[in-house]
Structure formats: C-alpha cells, structure tokens
Design a protein around this ligand. Structure first.
Ligand SMILES: *Cc1c(COP(=O)(O)O)cnc(C)c1O
Length: 437
C-alpha cells in the first residue's frame, strides 16, 4: 500500500510508486510504458509543491494555468469542505442547486454584458465541443446546415477531443495522424507575433479574403484571444481580434473566443478580449475557473444564440455531461472568483510581468534563444532547437522551481500569489536554462 498521509515517503516506497506509475499509468502526451521520469508530489501549499523526498519547488506553471491562488488556500479549502457537508454531486437533468446558480450569476456578472447563458461542462475540451456544437446548431436551427465550417488561425490550441483537434493548429494539433477523420475547417495563417506590433495590413487583408471566399459555408470563427497557448505561446495584437469581430459581423458569423487559458486575469486584463474591447457571441472558460481545485469549465453565449438554437427543430442544445455543474467544483469556483476579485489581482499580475520582463532581459541575445516574450503573468523563452526536457527540468529543479517545457518553449505562468522573490527565482531558473542551450 502506498501511504496516503502528507509528507515524505521512504526511498523504497517512492521507487515502488514510480515503478507502478511508469508501467501502468498514462501521462499527458506520453508513451506507455513511460520513457521519462515523473516527479512524485506528496503535497502542495501556497505556491510550493513538496516532493516525496521533502524537496520543495516553486510551481512556475500554476498546474497548467489553473492554480492562480496557489495550493491549499483556506477560503478555497473551506468552500470544498463546506459543500461536501451538503452534497458532493447530484445529476443536473431536472435538478438544480445553489452552487450552480451562484456560480452562473457570478459568470454572467463578470463576463462581457451580452453573455447571459451558461452551459457547465466538465473540462475545457468539452466546453469547446459545446461551443462548436452551439455554433453548428445555430445554423441548423435556421435551416442552413451548409454553414458547417469554422474559420480559425494557425497556431491555435483548443483541446484534445476530435471536434477540438480539428480547429487546433494542423501541425501541433496532430492533424497528420487523424486527417482522414477530422472535420475540415478553414485556416488562416497565424497572426503576426507581438502584442504591441503595428498591425500588418497584408495580414488583415488576407483574413478578410479567406473569410469572404468561404463565407457561404462558414458558421463561425474560433480563436484564443491575444494569447495562443499550447499551440505555441504566441501573443498577438488586439487589432487582429477586432478585425475578426468585424469579419464575423460582416458575414453573420458567430465569434467564439476560447478564454480557457487567458481568462481570469492571466494576460493582465480579466479576459483576453478586454484588450481589444471585443465581445464574443460564445465564450469558453476553464483552467483557472475553479482556482485549480477541480475539473470544471463553462461555455457562455448570448440571448440570441440561445434563442435561435431553442427555436430550431431539435428544440434544445444537444449536450449534457454526467458531472455537469458538479456542486463541489461550482462551490470552489465561486470562492475562487470572489477571492480573485477581492485581491488586487491587476497589481499582482503587473508585478509578475515586471519581474519576468527584467529577469529575462538580455536572454534573447543568448545563442540558443530565438525569442523572449512576456505578457501579464506569462513569460516565454522560445528556443532555436527543441529542448531536452529532462535536462531543462533538472536545471529548473536545481533552482527550486517546477517548469514543464515543450517543443521549443520554456515558459512560466506563476500563481498570482507568488512573492516577488518567488517570481525572481522562476526568472532565474529560466535564464539558467536559456544559458545552458
Ligand atoms: C487547456 C485548454 C483547453 C482544453 O482544456 P482541458 O481542460 O485540458 O480539456 C482548451 N482551450 C485552451 C485555450 C486551453 O488552453
């Protein structure tokens, strides 16, 4: 038996656990059995992960954008345990409950005004599936099934399920493995790099031309606003998002914004779309929604989208997960939102941005580095060659930091509650990695 108490494990126990893990448990994007080691985490508090041997690491990844308040926050713990005393879960077909209603009220309140209808999904990938389904059903309801394709840009990431993969970047999104079974959508080139870059008129013209050529078969546009996450950690100028809103309006398309990574302040604004003052027709939320405590996501839409779908032949939105609106997740999500809004999160994110900017200054001149970019609480070093993941992680861990690079990207998105010193450690680790290349 593997001991479940907090704290250290003996080397023998740790080795047995890791051996079973290696042979029997799939990890994200990993072979089976595993070829690279996984680090054994036994507990997490504040912004630190504790490994089985007692080593503490500052989590530079916020558990993939999610743990914005760090780990074991008393208010979030209390929200979960308080709800647990009432009920852990109940089906959402024909039933409702206070945690779901409270969370939906908050989401309607804090997202752009026209987004008033909330669908609770159980993961980000499902929230995007639901957004795609809403977009297609919107046209089917109007007797226009030929409007069945989506316009997107290269470099995007929207999740791992089949509907989502079809709008992910064709190269990073593994279209080549599944090309015969993925829906065929319309791809414009990736937006030019740089949040502050002057808009490129040739690119804007190309976007408009692609949309015009396919308008008769397009249902909507789907993109990540301002920051493309797992598809390449690329930042683009708000002008391009405004252009996509205009293109959507011109051709009657729905604009779907996937805010799963960008939402809840990560980019320096509460929503990525706030940078451009653009309002989508459909918005996907996930990752930081529950403060990293539990899996939950949401798809919001406008009154009009809901009305048209409901007026159609199906008479309903055809989706309904078993764990829809899970009360534990909903309770902790409301607590996480309250906590975020009660803190000076803008200053926290701005401070992280400033420290990462200073800490990575000059790294772009190192021979192994292609680009360095920082926006909000996101710092990215793009390398010239794909990184040796174990070697890079060893350097980060020697600096007391947890980072998880992929491809040619070494990046951090620290919890907002990091101290200045914590963020400096993260920047130092990234700098050391860049220097080692
Ligand atoms: C992570 C992510 C998803 C998928 O969310 P999961 O919870 O991993 O299914 C979708 N879109 C974006 C932009 C993401 O960053």
């Amino acid at each position: 038996m593997i001991p479940l108490q907090l704290g250290r494990m003996s080397p023998a126990e740790t080795e047995r656990m890791l051996a079973f893990d290696r042979e029997h448990i799939w990890h994200p994007y990993a072979p089976m059995p595993a070829t690279l080691p996984a680090q054994p985490v036994v507990s997490a508090r504040g912004v630190r992960l504790t490994l089985a041997d007692g080593t503490e690491l500052i989590d530079g990844m916020s558990s993939w954008w999610a743990a914005i308040h760090g780990y074991g926050h008393p208010k979030l713990d209390a929200a979960v345990t308080g709800q647990l005393g009432k009920m852990a879960h109940v089906m959402f077909g024909g039933l409702t409950h206070p945690p779901a209603v409270r969370l939906a009220e908050r989401l309607v309140d804090i997202t752009p005004g026209p987004l008033t209808k909330v669908f609770f999904a159980d993961s980000g990938s499902v929230a995007v599936e639901v957004a795609i389904k809403m977009t297609l059903q919107y046209w089917r309801s109007q007797g226009r099934p030929e409007r069945h394709r989506l316009l997107t840009v290269r470099g995007g990431y929207h999740g791992d399920t089949f509907g989502d993969m079809a709008v992910c970047d064709p190269v990073n999104g593994m279209h080549h493995i599944f090309s015969d079974v993925l829906a065929r959508h319309v791809f414009a080139p990736e937006p030019p790099l740089g949040y502050s870059a002057a808009p490129d008129q040739a690119y804007l013209d190309e976007l408009a031309a692609v949309a015009k050529a396919h308008a008769h078969e397009l249902a909507g546009i789907i993109v990540e606003p301002i920051v493309q996450g797992a598809g390449g950690m690329r930042f683009y100028a708000p002008e391009y998002l405004r252009a996509l809103r205009e293109i959507a309006d011109e051709h009657g398309l729905l604009l779907v914004l996937d805010e799963i990574a960008t939402g809840f302040g990560r980019t320096g604004e509460l929503w990525g779309c706030d940078h451009a003052e653009v309002v989508p027709d459909i918005m996907c939320l996930g990752k930081a929604l529950t403060g990293g405590y539990m899996t939950m996501a949401a798809t919001l839409c406008t009154d009009e989208v809901a009305h048209v779908i409901t007026a159609g032949e199906a008479g309903a939105l055809m989706h309904g997960p078993t764990f829809m609106a899970n009360p534990l997740a909903a309770a902790v999500a409301s607590a996480s939102i309250d906590l975020l809004l009660s803190r000076d999160w803008r200053t926290e994110v701005d401070t992280i941005e400033a420290i990462l900017t200073t800490g990575l200054d000059g790294a772009a001149d190192l021979p192994g580095v292609a680009d360095v970019r920082v926006l909000g609480a996101i710092g990215v070093i793009e390398t010239r060659e794909p990184v040796d993941v174990p070697a890079v992680q060893e350097i980060a861990m020697a600096h007391g930091v947890w980072l998880r690079p992929f491809g040619r990207l070494v990046y951090a998105m620290p919890p907002y509650v990091c101290t200045e010193d914590d963020v400096s450690h993260i920047a130092d680790a990234m700098w050391a990695i860049a220097e080692s290349l």
